[in-house]
Design a protein around this ligand. Sequence first.
Ligand SMILES: C[S@@+](CC[C@H](N)C(=O)[O-])C[C@H]1O[C@@H](n2cnc3c(N)ncnc32)[C@H](O)[C@@H]1O
Length: 416
Amino acid sequence: MEKFELDKALAEEIRARVLGEGFMKIVQSVRRNGKTFRISMRPVLIGGEKRFQAEMNDEGQVRVKNFDANGAAEGLEEIIAQKGARDLHLMTASGDLHVRVTRKGHVLVSRSAQMDRVAKVQPHDRAKNLPLAAFDSAALLSVTGISDGDGRVRASMRGKYDQVNEFLKVVEDVVGGNGERETGNGKEFTVVDCGCGKAYLTLALYFYLTQVMKFPAVRVIGVDRREDVISAAQKMAQQLDVSDQVEFVATELSSFDIKNALPDVQKPRVDMVISLHACDTATDEAMAKGVEWGSRYIVSAPYCQHELQKAIGPQSDASFAGVLRHGILRERMCDILTDAFRAMILRILGFKTQVVEFVSPDATARNILLRAEYGAKPGQAGPVSDYLNLRDFWHVTPWLESRLASRLEPLLRRYN
Ligand SMILES: C[S@@+](CC[C@H](N)C(=O)[O-])C[C@H]1O[C@@H](n2cnc3c(N)ncnc32)[C@H](O)[C@@H]1O
């Protein structure tokens, strides 16, 4: 027997425990050259079928893959044949097996007393109506850190998990009804995620559009001014093997040029602009870019907005004195006005626009979402007069109006 090798009987016992009834989990940590490589495997139910989910953690680089029984058996052989000092912990309903291989190659084995546990196979797709459960999202959730080593959503990431699910539902609703998925024929569906941060939504949207909505060709570009989140996002895209389709650019949104991001495309066009809690005027900038790029869809959940709070002081309007006196009420009213102005501007520019709640107000007060689809006549009297009435009542110029002045002014002038 070679150094570090497990004897035949022990190897056979491991195979029987993993591939037989009652298997719960196997974890092996190998230490080599001062580094630790950890692999774990557990049974999961995907679409009602039993699969084996393996997670490989190489010094913090995590990869997750699901296998059928044959694939699991092959992977297990690699685990058994691993060289070097290692610890192996194997759990089954009837008890645990510990194997420790020392640096000198001694193999130490211990077995727990007989147990009577219930080996529950966790359904990977427990909540079928959730977008993130409608496809095999194990690798995505693990790599983005939303789930832990056991494939469970981390308590601290529950809010983000819910937000992404709800955002995806809105995207499906906005885009799905249009037969957009049929428009393939070599045409790429391009999405820009403005203020993508750690790319939870950016990556999830790519997988959702391709794997669930079956879009034939999708390109997603995440933009954020923070270099650190962009380089982390690029790494995640590589780990998930989608770096050719999901790209990340570190820049101020206002300096982002779609032509530079798509140098291989002759006439770059954007089909959808999204933003999820992009701070302050970054939401307006995302909307402005969407308008300038001729994007058909704009889906945006705004975050804080301070512009109007500066313009609307406690004394701004005597009729509203009772509201404006209280900081928190003034802040909320300014948030509502900001989003109303945004929605009205998009309507004036020819977008059918809705304002909806996308997550429960219990989860976050930032639960407003604007969904807009191009397709109405720009500059219609109704939206323009609604806008002018509200704007002139408050004597303010919303940031988005200034940003899109060259497009808006001719439309507003007609009725002014
Ligand atoms: C609250 S985080 C949300 C991140 C992500 N969309 C999510 O929901 O997980 C807002 C992100 O927007 C980025 N951001 C804010 N203003 C920006 C700007 N003007 N240009 C580019 N990125 C911006 C920030 O760096 C930050 O990562």
